[in-house]
Design a protein around this ligand. Structure first.
Ligand SMILES: Nc1ncnc2c1ncn2[C@@H]1O[C@H](COP(=O)(O)OP(=O)(O)O)[C@@H](O)[C@H]1O
Ligand SMILES: [Mg+2]
Length: 498
């Protein structure tokens, strides 16, 4: 307070005012000093000689240096810096802008409010226990003529703001860090997800593929099962047929041979009757002649002579048919009797078979041969001929009123297998019939026309060769039987019987 009066630094420089004026000024100075001292913003002032003229309580409080220690000295730097150097107020008094840049590089700026004033912000590690951030503004003090008589500097403690700002910046940086990390994690997760999806797609495809394989296996299994059932049926029917054929074969044999003899005897008897009839006129006893004539008319001998030969012919045909059935049964039950496995050319066999069945076929259909290039195969040739014959005869039977066409094709499947196809453009086979055509004795033909053994026989033969028969058919369009046969027979089948 006592320092308030000399605070007017230029007091000595100007003209001395009249006393009343001086008193007035002193009073004003005291009032200003009071105001200055009580002001809550830390403030100090220096004169042009860099001597401290004011150091208020807020300043004492903020910087920890008492006004007693400060006023009248030029030690204000001590409150801020460890070594002596100018503070902002000193630079204002010096009035050299270049010094500003030298002492507060990049930290100062012109005050927007007070002309000639500058402000800056800096950290002062020496102030307080752990340093303080200060925002400080220094402005020139001028006399009434506008000459600089000193400078005033105010200090605001912005440590809290700065700390908060720093914390905010750190938090922000942290946040950015976290976001970056999370983004990377997300990208990583996305990648893994894509990977997962790809793998799942692969697994799905694999599953679908194995499902297909399974379905195929399943249908193979059911085909094999059907064939087994068929084979089983054939085996039992075969035994039955063998027994029946054996039993019937002998009686039919002697009936047939007796029948030929009977025919001869009947011819002789008729000759004898003719002789008797011619001798009738020469019989001396008229009553005997009349009785013979009456008897002849009664039994209608003329009719008998006509009818007996046709009865004989019909019976003979019946016996031939029975013999034929018995032969079929025998063929069916022991199809391979006395045959050897040989290497044989299928085309030659097919040609001769077509010759044999020519009569049955030629009035109904044209036979077209489409032979492929096939190797000889190991087989029982007569039996294969039998198969071809049965298929061709069936094809001919399937053709209706209009002339049809039967195509016999051959070809090979890879190195192990040849095939024969017999295709017709006949009636086709209805679905409910189709499942039974290989059954023994199944026929859709009129009595006497079919025995129902043709296809089951063919089936047995093909099976014995280790082959397959497949059918494709469409009602009204026609049917195609395809027989596949292996070229080589396994060792075991090399010789003889089934
Ligand atoms: N090419 C074909 N077209 C139409 N139906 C056929 C054909 N081949 C066979 N079938 C049918 O299969 C049945 C059985 O034939 P199969 O065993 O040879 O006996 P069959 O010829 O004595 O009737 C025949 O009655 C017929 O209904
Ligand atoms: Mg037949």
């Amino acid at each position: 307070m006592n320092a308030a009066a000399p605070a007017t630094p230029d007091a000595g420089a100007g003209a001395v005012p009249p006393l009343a004026e001086a008193e007035l000024q002193a009073y004003a100075a005291i009032a200003l000093s009071e105001f200055f001292d009580g002001h809550p913003v830390a403030t100090f002032a220096i004169d042009t000689g860099h001597v401290i003229t004011h150091w208020n309580r807020a300043c004492e409080h903020l910087l920890g240096w008492s006004k007693l220690a400060m006023i009248g000295t030029s030690n204000h730097w001590q409150a801020f810096y460890p070594k002596q150097r100018p503070v902002l107020a000193d630079l204002i008094v010096a009035g050299d802008d270049r010094l500003l840049e030298q002492h507060y590089p990049g930290k100062y700026q012109k005050s927007a409010l007070i002309p000639g004033a500058y402000e800056a912000e800096d950290f002062f590690p020496n102030i307080g226990a752990s340093g303080h951030w200060l925002h400080f503004t220094a402005a020139p003090l001028r006399d009434q003529q506008g000459r600089v008589v000193g400078a005033i500097e105010t200090l605001r403690d912005v440590t809290e703001r700065r700390v908060a700002e720093n914390a905010l910046r750190r938090a922000h940086d942290n946040l950015e860090n976290v976001v970056e990390k999370r983004t990377a994690q997300l990208a990583d997760m996305n990648e893994r997800l894509q990977d997962d999806i790809r793998q799942r797609h692969l697994a799905e495809a694999e599953l679908r593929r194995s499902n297909l394989e399974l379905t195929e296996l399943n249908s193979q299994l059911s085909r094999a099962q059907q064939q087994l059932v068929q084979a089983d049926k054939l085996a039992s029917i075969g035994q039955l047929a063998a027994g029946v054929a054996h039993e019937i074969n002998n009686p039919i044999g002697y009936i047939f041979s007796n029948f030929t003899t009977l025919q001869t005897y009947l011819d002789q008897l008729f000759e004898m009757l003719d002789a008797y009839q011619q001798a009738e006129a020469d019989i001396g006893v008229p009553a005997t002649g009349a009785a013979l004539r009456a008897r002849r008319e009664q039994i209608d001998l003329a009719f008998l002579r006509e009818d007996i030969p046709s009865l004989m012919a019909e019976s003979r045909e019946g016996i031939v048919r029975v013999r034929h059935i018995v032969q079929d049964l025998k063929d069916f039950s022991r199809v391979d009797a006395n045959q050897d496995w040989v290497w044989s050319n299928l085309h030659r066999g097919i040609d001769s078979t077509l010759n044999i069945v020519g009569n049955e076929v030629k009035y109904k259909a044209d036979v077209v041969k489409e032979y492929g290039d096939i190797p000889d195969i190991e087989c029982l040739p007569l039996q294969i001929n039998q198969v071809v014959m049965n298929l061709v005869v069936n094809a001919a039977h399937a053709i209706g009123e209009q002339r049809g066409r039967i195509t016999v094709r051959t070809g090979s499947d890879g190195d192990n297998c040849v095939w024969i196809e017999v295709a017709d453009n006949g009636s086709g086979i209805s679905p409910d019939t189709l499942s039974r055509i290989f059954d023994p004795f199944f026929t859709t033909k009129a009595v006497g026309k079919g025995t129902g053994l043709g296809l089951s026989l063919a089936y047995g033969i093909v099976q014995k060769h280790g082959g397959h028969i497949d059918v494709e058919t469409e009602l009204g369009k026609g049917t195609c039987f395809r027989v596949r046969l292996p070229i080589h027979q396994p060792e075991a089948a090399g010789e003889g019987s089934p």
